[in-house]
Design a protein around this ligand. Structure first.
Ligand SMILES: *[C@@H]1O[C@H](CO)[C@@H](O)[C@H](O)[C@H]1NC(C)=O
Ligand SMILES: *[C@@H]1O[C@H](CO)[C@@H](O)[C@H](O)[C@H]1NC(C)=O
Length: 355
């Protein structure tokens, strides 16, 4: 009995060490300009995670910066780092990196093998640099789940650069705020596991053809696209969320532009002031659409028969604070005909929206 009790006391004491503990003082091999944190957890602190923050190290710093063994996260942002060379991320500690932050530097080039030793790298932040291109094999052998390439100077981008990454895990790619006029994927029948693609704030004048990418989220906000043509998204049958907002030049969406988007649930067409009319056939094929956002667009009324194309729609936002819902209008019970099938109508919190 007594021994059971003491065992339980011991177990509850051990329970405390299951909580994570963070030590930042006595990390071995922490470079003087960096701040290192070790978070340990598990019984007897058997697992640990080292984070190393080396922002703004100042001039005269030579790379590679020595980092503790088992470093998982390394922040090298804001260090005026120029081209990435083959020797910059080598040495003890680098091979275990899970995330690497290189944002806010002066990176103009990435040498083909600069990152190839980072065999566990999941998150790579190269945002706010001066990149115009990447060598085709630069992500070769990396597992990569999230890559931020926003705020660079890319004019053209070939998504194939992700085809050499290892494992079939999905990757999320941010290419917003570049100068992109073209995005291509020249895969020959192969599938690239990119699920989230952010192309907002670029110079795309048409919807890029992204065949072969099983995208679930696509953002095309703020591009100079004037019209959406029939079948523009035909290859994106897995898309769940599509944002086409803030397109100052968008004037026309042709019928069947969204054809093929059979799993799309959210369509954001807000902030498109020059988009003035929509015919019901624009919405054909959007079988799963739940939410349509037309806030601050030029659209002031909706065609009633659009509902025929939107069997799943729940909510439409229009103008400032105008919200419409689909409701079912129950027809009167008819003694001869019995219950007449109900009609679906659009109800808005303002009169005169539905034509
Ligand atoms: C896409 O990029 C825009 C602009 O940088 C940003 O506001 C938005 O949150 C991004 N979307 C996602 C899902 O990362
Ligand atoms: C609709 O778009 C507006 C403007 O972009 C945004 O502020 C709002 O949050 C969106 N509404 C929904 C429900 O997504």
């Amino acid at each position: 009995m007594n021994s059971t009790k003491s065992k339980m006391t011991l177990l509850s004491l051990l329970g405390f060490s299951l909580l994570a503990a963070v030590h930042s003082s006595m990390v071995k091999n922490c470079h003087p300009g960096c701040h290192c944190e070790v978070e340990s957890f598990g019984l007897f602190d058997s697992f640990s995670l080292t984070r190393v923050y080396c922002r703004e190290l100042g001039p005269g710093t030579t790379m590679p910066i020595p980092i503790p063994l088992d470093t998982a996260h390394l922040d090298l942002s804001s260090n005026a780092i120029g081209p990435l060379t083959d020797s910059m991320f080598t040495g003890p500690g680098y091979t275990t990196l899970v995330s690497l932050d290189l944002s806010d530097n002066h990176i103009t080039k990435v040498s083909p093998s600069a990152l190839c030793k980072l065999r566990y790298l999941d998150t790579l932040d190269l945002s706010h640099n001066l990149l115009q291109s990447l060598p085709s094999s630069c992500f070769s052998g990396l597992p990569l789940g999230e890559v931020d390439l926003s705020h660079n100077s890319f004019q053209e981008f070939d998504m194939d650069v992700f085809s050499t990454k290892v494992n079939g895990e999905p990757v999320s790619v941010d290419l917003s705020h570049n100068h992109l006029v073209s995005v291509t994927s020249t895969l020959h029948g192969k599938v690239l596991h990119i699920q989230t693609l952010n192309l907002s704030a670029n110079r795309l004048s048409s919807v890029p053809s992204l065949a072969g990418l099983p995208l679930r989220y696509l953002n095309l906000d703020g591009n100079p696209i004037k019209e959406l043509k029939e079948g523009a998204f035909a290859h994106l049958k897995d898309l769940v969320y599509l944002s086409i907002s803030g397109l100052k030049e968008l004037q026309q969406i042709w019928p069947s532009s969204f054809k093929g988007l059979q799993t799309l649930q959210v369509l954001d067409l807000s902030n498109n002031p020059n988009l003035k009319t929509l015919t019901p056939a624009v919405f054909s094929g959007l079988e799963s659409l739940l939410e349509l956002n037309l806030t601050s667009s030029g659209i002031t009324s909706l065609p009633t028969d659009m509902l025929a194309h939107l069997p799943s729609i729940r909510s439409i936002m229009l103008g400032r604070n105008i919200h419409c819902w689909r409701t079912q209008k129950q027809k009167q019970f008819h003694p001869q005909m019995g219950q007449v099938p109900h009609d679906e109508v659009l109800n808005c919190n303002k009169e005169g929206i539905v034509l």
